[in-house]
Every structure is written in structure tokens, then in C-alpha cells.
Design a protein around this ligand. Structure first.
Ligand code: ZN
Length: 115
């Protein structure tokens, strides 16, 4: 909730058979066979600082795109709903508010933080 939507791209790599076998085996034990998640984890753990910086940049970009909250409209959700900004569920008890350009209440986290 409130996190930037991450884009995925297809990347083709050429690996030796035995390397693929080893990777598949590891993916099986670590990620229930999901090779994408395993490769993603490998690259991220080998590039922690760079990835951290990238995520921070993406967060800042996403923050700028968020709609401005309308003052004094903060409340707690009474019913489950869907947020028009992020399309994720709003659960009863979540912090919500009105935002410029949106008819319905959206997540408070989906509004731009006021500086
Ligand atoms: Zn939202």
C-alpha cells in the first residue's frame, strides 16, 4: 500500500546448462521454484547500495506524482473499499482522506506528504 508500482522487464541471458540447473535447484528451495525471484534476490543482494539508491529515487518520483490532500478531510475508513489512486484495497480502519482530482476518499499514504 502506497508503494510505487515497480515495472518489470524481460531480460534474456545465456547461461551454461549446469549453471541453469544449479539456479533452478536453488530457486526451488528458496523461492518455491520462482527463478525470477531468485535472480532478483541475487542481483539485489550483490548491489545493495545501488539498489537502495534506486528505490529511494523511485519513491521520491512516486511521491511527486501523488495528488495533494485536501485539508481537514482525514478520517478512518468505516468500510472496505478500493483506492482510486493505487487501485489497492482500503480496509476498515485505514487512514484515508480526500485528494485534489479524486471524488472518493483515497489512502492517506497515497496523498503527497506536506512539507
Ligand atoms: Zn491508495
Amino acid at each position: 500500500m502506497g508503494k510505487p508500482k515497480l515495472k518489470t522487464k524481460r531480460l534474456t541471458v545465456n547461461l551454461e546448462d549446469y549453471v541453469i540447473d544449479a539456479a533452478k535447484q536453488k530457486a526451488e528451495t528458496m523461492f518455491r521454484g520462482n527463478l525470477d525471484n531468485y535472480i532478483n534476490w541475487l542481483i539485489c543482494s550483490n548491489n545493495k547500495q545501488v539498489i537502495k539508491k534506486k528505490i529511494k529515487e523511485l519513491d521520491q518520483e512516486a511521491e511527486k506524482k501523488k495528488p495533494k490532500a485536501i485539508q481537514d478531510t482525514d478520517k478512518t475508513a468505516m468500510y472496505n473499499n478500493i483506492c482510486d489512486y493505487c487501485s489497492e484495497p482500503i480496509y476498515q480502519g485505514d487512514d484515508i482522506c480526500k485528494a485534489e482530482g479524486y471524488e472518493n476518499y483515497i489512502h492517506k499514504n497515497c496523498c503527497r506528504r506536506e512539507e
